[in-house]
Design a protein around this ligand. Structure first.
Ligand code: GLA
Length: 751
């Protein structure tokens, strides 16, 4: 079948099974609005184009710089589909910036690939799955590059498999999942990423990349992989993009361990983008006959700014990546900030009564329920003991988790609880029995983290994973209808190495650890498909799409201050859909910042993501309780729009004293607009009419302000009116804010 026919069939969304088979030397990998054009020449696969859709192979070939980009001999480069160290992709010289560096069994540090086979695979899901099989021109070292185009969301997933057919081990100094070269098409390049740390996740920054510069960022935590930085980026070519304009490449690396992303722009405007696992602990040793599968990287393109990148990735996440991305997430109360380690059964029952009264659906018991004897995680020992011993502390909870589950169910609530399965305290029965089950160097003293005793279990060791699986399984299987698990991870690799791996493979620990983690998560998910998992890692440290393959959401941040959350959730929303971002209303003064904001403001912020609570409801006044009830009931109505709708960020909190965003459902019948004022004076910027997006111009919408407190101000003078989509889109919604921490939520319903 010829390429053009394949392209046409792909465009129609025809099943890939129709054209499974070998492909020629040209291939157009299309989604609805984008094209990745690949061509094999000189035995190598090259990128001719990635960006807005182009259907004519002839035009692409004619405009493709004859496969060379760059000015003169020294600058000319061939844009490889997978750039490797040592490849002759320069007219004069070899590529020393490739994303793969292999030291072959005989010590040779370069690689030169040749395309052996190219085929599309049967993909029952309707995606187009292109597989490029390559081999080193000299060594029996094999590289298979996969591309899976998902037409409906304009996302292409890619990953690489490496197989060592040599007669000795090879060392992988670099092993990126994505290492693609492009002509820059512009003399300015801007890279946006989300940097972060504990209680300050996903802070956006955008920097220009000059000629000859490389901008790179990553995380070397090993566990809290979304601290330091989030494994995602947006790269703009040309004028700085906005939410609604600009040519933008967006990508996410699906990995929960250490990673790095880099964009190199050389002296002749050739751009190399790399994303992959971090190898700073040493080259990965791949034994003869072994294959390693590198993590998936998902990328998308928009010629209409960053907002579209977010919507594409959100759609991809819900439809293709997350285990149950279309399921509505429950309103829950988590016990942590309401009681920390100090609880009794009575305290928890009271919390259940409170969340039930507010209209919540799920009660989650946080840290502090486990460990026995001298290692009981009680109010005295707190976080110093017990991790690894996943058995109930009978002194604290005589009726156990089973009893709590019954109490929750009696109230019509679902039940879930907290675990930290990747960790162990040196003060635990598990560690006493197995001091060699932790990540550590053989001959150095063990560095410890939280509580002066926390370390990371060695998940490269199958016996460790088996033990943790058996412990969790024993708990889960006894709790009928168990609904939710908060999977926490409050440490980095403070030690590097594995007592399980032999001396030659010590540097493999970080990668093999994450593979082990996924193995355990997959087993749990397979046995308990109906238990929702929250990924948590000291807050948003596990906000990544590797974990979200198994988890349904992540805890946005340990910083629950609503003002801080505007920024954190704004940053997280660049790549993560609202259904995945857990946001809880907590008490004031806020425990992390000491700031006091109105309850309404806290609701208005938390309701823009997956709403929950982390406070003791009995501390709310009768008025507050009544208000909370009303908010929860409204949230349940708007939940499908917030959690499953398209996000439009209207006014950024960066550089403004207020911020606004909105969600629109797929039918464009229902929309919700959030507006949050921060600290504002008479000289502050006042919100102009909010230029709405995403509505259907031909429909008429009734505008209604929700989340209003009794006697509270109206924030929009057209409240209650029905207005045309066309006018709302072009004239905007007239809103106003008064004083600090004033906020509003508007619901728009098509009539
Ligand atoms: C981490 C989490 C919190 C809470 C505590 C419990 O910090 O991010 O939400 O679960 O651990 O120890």
């Amino acid at each position: 079948m010829n390429t053009r026919l394949k392209v046409a069939l792909t465009a129609l969304g025809a099943s890939a099974a129709l054209f499974a088979g070998t492909v020629g030397d040209d291939f157009l990998l299309n989604t609805r609005n984008t094209t990745l054009a690949l061509r094999k020449e000189g035995g190598r696969w090259h990128v001719l184009h990635y960006g807005s859709r182009v259907d004519s192979q002839q035009d692409i070939n004619a405009l493709a710089w004859n496969l060379w980009t760059g000015g003169h001999g020294h600058g000319q480069r061939r844009p490889a589909s997978y750039a490797v160290y040592g490849e002759k992709t320069l007219t004069i010289g070899i590529n020393k910036y490739g994303g793969l560096q292999v030291t072959h069994a005989d010590g040779c540090p370069t690689t030169s690939l040749e395309g052996m086979k190219a085929e599309t695979l049967d993909d029952a899901s309707g995606a187009t799955h292109l597989v490029l099989t390559m081999k080193d021109r000299v060594y029996p070292f094999h590289v298979t590059q996969h591309f899976r185009a998902l037409a409906d969301c304009d996302v292409i997933e890619t990953w690489v498999e490496l197989r060592n057919g040599e007669d000795g081990a090879v060392r992988l100094g670099r092993m990126d999942s994505f290492a693609m070269d492009f002509p820059a098409m512009s003399d300015t390049l801007w890279l946006q990423n989300a940097g972060g740390q504990w209680a300050a996740e996903a802070q956006l920054q955008e920097n220009a990349i000059g000629r000859g510069q490389t901008l790179s960022f990553g995380s070397r935590s090993g566990v809290r992989d979304a601290f330091e930085n989030n494994a995602s980026f947006m790269l703009t070519a040309g004028c700085r993009s906005t939410e609604t304009s600009g040519q933008v490449l967006g990508g996410v690396l699906c990995w929960s361990g250490s990673w790095g992303i880099g964009v190199q722009r050389d002296f002749c405007d050739f751009v190399s983008v790399r994303a992959g696992v971090d190898t700073s602990a040493g080259a990965y040793v791949l034994d003869p006959g072994k294959t390693i599968v590198l993590p998936k990287f998902a990328f998308t393109w928009s010629s209409a700014g960053k907002g579209q990148i977010s919507r594409n990735i959100h759609r991809w996440a819900r439809r293709w990546q997350m285990p149950a991305g279309s399921k509505l997430r429950p309103v829950l109360l988590n016990s942590w900030e309401g009681s920390y380690f100090s609880f009794t059964e009575k305290v928890l029952h009271d919390m259940m009564d409170g969340v039930k009264e507010m209209g919540g659906e799920l009660f989650v018991l946080d840290d502090g329920w486990f460990g026995t004897g001298k290692y009981a995680r009680d109010d005295v020992h707190r976080d110093k003991v017990g991790l690894g011993d996943w058995v109930i502390n009978p002194e604290k909870l005589p009726n156990g988790l089973v009893g709590l589950n019954e109490e929750a169910r009696r109230r019509g609530l679902k039940f879930g609880f907290w675990v930290e399965p990747e960790m162990v305290n040196t003060n635990s029965w598990l560690y006493e029995a197995h001091p060699d089950w932790i990540v550590r160097e053989r001959r150095r003293p063990v560095n410890v983290g939280r509580g002066g005793s926390q370390t990371v279990l060695d998940y490269t060791n199958p016996a460790v994973r088996e033990n943790i699986f058996a412990q969790l399984d024993a708990l889960y299987s006894k709790i009928p209808g168990l609904s939710y698990i908060k999977w926490d991870a409050n440490a980095d690799f403070f030690n590097m190495g594995s007592p399980y791996l032999d001396e030659a493979h010590q540097a493999n620990m970080p990668f093999d650890y994450t593979v082990g983690l996924y193995d355990l998560l997959a087993r749990i998910r397979a046995k308990y498909p109906d238990i929702d998992i929250q990924a948590c890692s000291s807050g948003g440290g596990h906000a990544d799409y590797g974990f979200l393959r198994y988890a349904d959401e992540f805890w946005g941040s340990d910083d629950s201050d609503a003002r801080e959350r505007i920024f954190i959730q704004w940053g997280e929303s660049q790549f993560y859909p609202a259904c995945a971002i857990a946001a809880h209303v907590t008490a004031v003064p806020n425990h992390q910042t000491g700031r006091t904001t109105p309850l309404k403001f806290r609701f208005d912020v938390a309701m823009s993501a997956r709403l929950g609570f982390e406070l003791h409801p009995k501390e709310l006044s009768a008025d507050d309780l009544a208000f909370a009830k009303q908010c929860v009931s409204d949230y349940k109505r708007i939940r499908p729009v917030v959690q499953q709708g398209d996000l439009y960020r209207l006014v950024s909190p960066y550089g403004h004293s207020y911020a606004s965003l909105m969600y629109v459902d797929e039918s464009r019948d229902h929309a919700v607009v959030f507006l949050w004022g921060m600290v504002r004076g008479n000289w502050s910027d006042y919100p102009g009419p909010l230029a709405l997006q995403g509505l259907d111009a031909s429909k008429r919408y009734r505008v209604r302000e929700i989340n209003r407190r009794k006697g509270g101000n109206l924030h929009c003078r057209v409240d209650g009116k029905t207005l045309g989509g066309q006018a709302l889109l072009s004239m905007g919604l007239p809103v106003r804010l008064r004083g600090d921490w004033d906020s509003a939520v508007f619901e728009l319903t098509a009539e």
